[in-house]
Write a protein that binds this ligand. Structure first.
Ligand code: NIG
Ligand code: FE
Length: 416
């Protein structure tokens, strides 16, 4: 979906051979997230323009402003009065898996608690799948995301849990995104159940070396409440080795109950700590103090699909915590690839305004990936735009469940 982050000095619309500029116009409401944009409505930090246009050239944004002042371009695309927002940045997903765990979802809806044990079922099916089968599954999931407005996706490994299967999961993920995350420390696989220390040695040794060429990040499921996941000390060892190998740090923490994940992420300067469902006061204070470095990535689709309480996003934002929203798309706790669904949950169940939810799902999740070329519609950034079949961004949660969002292709052409 997103290729290697592009840096470009070209923020004008000057032409290079074979490059053509496209005016995307007919935008009833443009949300830019650009807090410096002249003539924009800056309420709720959305940098909103009415009757706007954007010039796209070479996959980048070349110009943003009122349609009435748009420059000459080679080509033109009229969206007919729709809203445009920055493409969703889904900064947490586990798309490389095979198999079916729908029965676990049904059992949870009848009261069975989630504890991570079902991950072993996905590991078995993923190991048994061929490269081509896995590649086709990932391609279909990425296409499904794009059709719902996601323009950048982070993809984790974590259903291989052997040297070979983790490396191939990341090799396949890297065909679709530059935001790849090594999650060998997802759970202790069945063959190592009574040999945890040996498994951790493998993760930080041979497995890490095999995965580093395909990974940008390392993640760990730090959850002492789950017999399958990792303790604080184990997680620290894994993250330290990843950092040593040059990877950025991410943590699954505080998903099943209060625990050490958030404190560890803050201590180690992780870019993101994800879930944050059960936080104590000191966790919130720590995250607020670390808000320049560590983003709390909230995954309400997982709470929905595990019948859990939701994280207190309102309290986090009010305390000064940097937050992001992502799907966590995975076969166990949330088999939804829909960012609009996540936004609707964040608004309805987590106390966010529609504007706060939209910012968390775009510029907030871009920050969790340490990216400033996405999430904000401004000249020089990637032309990652999402069109809403609606006049305003408010319709994202107002028309929950209706497929109004889709990604605009980078040449400025709308798919439908
Ligand atoms: O983010 N909690 C850890 N990992 C995933 C779920 C994995 C699974 O159950 O397959 C999550 O919720
Ligand atoms: Fe996850």
């Amino acid at each position: 979906m997103t290729s290697t982050p592009t840096t470009s000095s070209s923020s004008s619309s000057s032409s290079t051979p074979n490059s053509s500029s496209t005016l995307v116009t007919g935008i009833a409401e443009l949300v830019t997230n650009d807090e410096l944009l002249e003539e924009a409505d800056h309420s709720e930090h959305l940098g909103r323009l009415s009757n706007a246009a954007v010039v796209v050239q070479d996959g980048l944004i070349a110009w943003v402003g009122l349609a009435a002042r748009a420059p000459e371009t080679d080509d033109r695309r009229d969206l007919g009065g729709r809203a445009v927002i920055p493409g969703f940045v889904d900064s947490h997903s586990h798309l490389v898996f095979a198999g079916d765990r729908s029965a676990e979802f049904a059992a949870r809806m009848n009261g069975v608690r989630y504890d991570g044990g079902g991950i072993a079922n996905s590991v078995r099916a993923t190991r048994a799948a061929s490269d081509d089968e896995l590649r086709a599954l990932v391609a279909a999931r990425v296409a499904e995301m794009r059709a719902q407005g996601t323009t950048t996706v982070e993809i984790k490994s974590g259903y291989g849990l052997s040297v070979e299967d983790e490396a191939r999961s990341l090799r396949i993920a890297a065909e679709f995104t530059s935001e790849t995350t090594f999650l060998g420390a997802h759970v202790v696989p069945p063959e190592f159940v009574n040999r945890r220390a040996e498994y951790i040695a493998l993760v930080i040794g041979e497995m890490l070396s095999a995965c580093v060429p395909y990974a940008r990040w390392i993640d760990v499921f730090c959850e002492p409440r789950s017999a399958h996941a990792f303790t604080e000390d184990e997680a620290r060892v894994v993250l330290s080795a990843g950092r040593e190998a040059g990877l950025g740090l991410r943590v699954h923490g505080n998903q099943l109950g209060p625990g050490p994940g958030v404190g560890l992420a803050v201590e180690m300067g992780a870019a993101s700590v994800d879930h944050c469902t059960f936080l104590r006061e000191e966790d919130i204070e720590g995250l607020a103090a670390a808000s320049d470095t560590t983003v709390a990535t909230l995954l309400p689709g997982a709470e929905f699909s595990t019948r859990s309480r939701y994280p207190d996003a309102r309290r986090m934002l009010d305390a000064g915590v940097s937050i992001a929203l992502a799907t966590d798309c995975n076969p166990g706790t949330c088999y939804s690839s829909s960012m609009p669904f996540v936004l609707a949950l964040a608004v309805r169940e987590m106390g966010l305004t529609p504007a706060e939810a939209l910012r968390a799902a775009t510029v907030g999740s871009a920050k969790s990936l340490q990216r400033n070329d996405i999430g904000v519609v401004r000249p020089g950034n990637r032309a990652d735009l999402t069109v809403l079949d609606a006049p305003s961004y408010l319709y994202l949660s107002y028309r929950a469940g209706v497929p109004i969002a889709s990604a605009l292709d980078r040449g400025g052409r709308h798919g439908s």
